[in-house]
Write a protein that binds this ligand. Structure first.
Ligand code: SF4
Ligand code: SF4
Length: 448
């Protein structure tokens, strides 16, 4: 049986309830119930870490596939720059783009061009930005969701410049439909993504009424077909246009690299690149607690090494990082986009989110009645201190504190803790022994 949680699916026939996913999830979004993993969706940031850490490959995500191309008269794919690092033996981006076209798309436009536009737009935004600091990159949707859930007061500090792929789709949608003489609905724009977070950012966009992209396809899903297409591809000239300025966004530090050297960031302040959710939480915690100060800009990526480490990629993240770096060296660093045009559009508001992001704080709500909630809080704390504090996960909850929350909310029973269960059995055994010692007074005493 398969159980869906938005774009994530858990195949319960494969899931062995081994708790690996639960222990690896940094936002405590997984519980094990009746031997199967379940996702608490309002805690999930769609990072995909659990996909990677499930030894049974029971957790997956998908929104669209190549079969969806037939629903449109003309189709376009916008590949994440990560694709340039995924195919062993193939280093030539133009051939990769040609092979993508051969899978059935009518045209291909690089996400990296949108990244170059986003770089310039962010540079312009920083010129007039007066705080609050730090400004936080909007590139990684998993980090955005982490902020919405866990650091909601930082939501207004997220850079309001749109995702590179959305910028590309916006650039081409209207113009291409007009050029082809078809309606915008007949034009299908697909985004080839490295992670579930980008799937959600597009299919459930919160920054506009409707995404400029019609569907997302994961790199892992088309990997085999793409490898086959590469063997026979006939190369066309000039599909690949982006420079290292945009391609570099596939790895951690790629975004900030375009802000620092030209001094778009202030010299008297620091900028930070952080990768991995655990590290991002630590940095945001330190900023919140005033331990890290004077930071102007943060580029935070949920995946180690950046998008090359995305959960829906195929190649080793360190090898992929090396491939992107080599590509950056062999490609010019001068952006191919028309800077004056981007600045003009920036001033017209073209690159900004159409709707502001909203905080979505995850707070354990013990009761709707405040007085009862305070009572339950006391009970929860008593339960918590009575637990062994081993955070072993055997109860199907990631740690003892989360288990105490679940018990007081009626989502778990105290005997789900193996230690509490053993204590209960011991107490019961002692009680049985005491009862066994008792005899009705009408009977003769033992030994007579
Ligand atoms: S996708 Fe990430 S946040 Fe969601 S359940 Fe998996 S590990 Fe946790
Ligand atoms: S770092 Fe990149 S691949 Fe990983 S979750 Fe964020 S956007 Fe997706």
């Amino acid at each position: 049986m398969k159980r869906s949680y938005g774009i994530i699916t858990i195949d319960e026939d494969k899931c062995q309830g081994c708790v690996n996913c639960m222990m690896s999830c940094r936002t405590e979004a997984i519980r094990i119930f009746e031997g199967k993993a379940r996702i608490v969706t309002n805690r999930c940031i769609y990072c995909g870490k659990c996909f990677r850490d499930c030894p049974e490959h029971a957790i997956t995500s998908r929104t669209h596939g190549l079969e969806d191309l037939k629903n449109f008269k003309y189709t376009i794919v916008i590949p994440s720059s990560t694709i340039y690092s995924q195919l062993p033996g193939e280093r030539e981006p133009n051939r990769i783009l040609c092979a993508l076209k051969a899978l059935g798309f009518d045209h291909v436009y690089e996400e990296a061009i949108g990244a170059e536009e986003a770089s310039i737009a962010t540079q312009e935004y920083l010129k007039g930005y007066q705080g609050p600091y730090p400004l936080i990159s909007s590139l990684c949707p998993a980090i955005i969701r982490l902020i919405q859930i866990r650091f909601p007061h930082f939501v207004d500090q997220i850079n309001p410049i749109d995702l590179p792929a959305e910028i590309v789709a916006k650039d081409i949608r209207k113009a291409k439909a007009k050029e082809l003489g078809i309606t915008q609905e007949e034009l299908g724009i697909f985004y080839l993504v490295p992670c579930p977070a980008k799937m959600v950012a597009v299919t459930k966009t919160e920054t506009k009424e409707r995404s400029f992209i019609d569907g997302t396809i994961s790199i892992a899903d088309i990997y085999g077909e793409l490898m086959a297409a590469l063997r026979e591809v006939r190369e066309e000239e000039g599909l690949q246009k982006a420079s290292s300025a945009g391609i570099g966004w596939a790895v951690k530090g790629g975004e900030i690299r375009e802000l620092e050297p030209r001094r778009w960031l202030r010299g008297d302040k620091e900028s930070i690149v952080v990768d991995g959710i655990k590290n991002a939480i630590k940095v945001l915690d330190e900023i919140e607690n005033g331990k890290l100060r004077n930071i102007e800009f943060i580029e935070a990526r949920a995946c180690p090494e950046g998008c090359v480490g995305g959960a829906l990629t195929v190649a080793d993240r360190y090898v992929s990082r090396g491939r992107i770096r080599k590509l950056m060296l062999s490609h010019g660093s001068e952006s191919v986009v028309d800077r004056a045009e981007v600045v003009k559009r920036f001033k017209e508001g073209y690159y900004f989110f159409e709707k502001g992001l909203k905080p979505k704080p995850f707070a354990v709500r013990l009761d709707t009645d405040p007085l009862k909630a305070v009572e339950k809080m006391k009970v929860r704390d008593e339960i918590h201190v009575s637990l062994p504090g081993l955070d072993c996960g055997a109860c199907g909850t990631p740690n003892c504190r989360a288990f105490a929350d679940d018990v007081v909310q009626g989502k778990a029973e105290i005997t789900d803790c193996i230690f509490k269960w053993r204590e209960g059995v011991k107490d019961l055994a002692q009680e049985v022994m005491q009862w066994a010692e008792k005899r009705p007074h009408s009977l003769p005493k033992r030994g007579r």
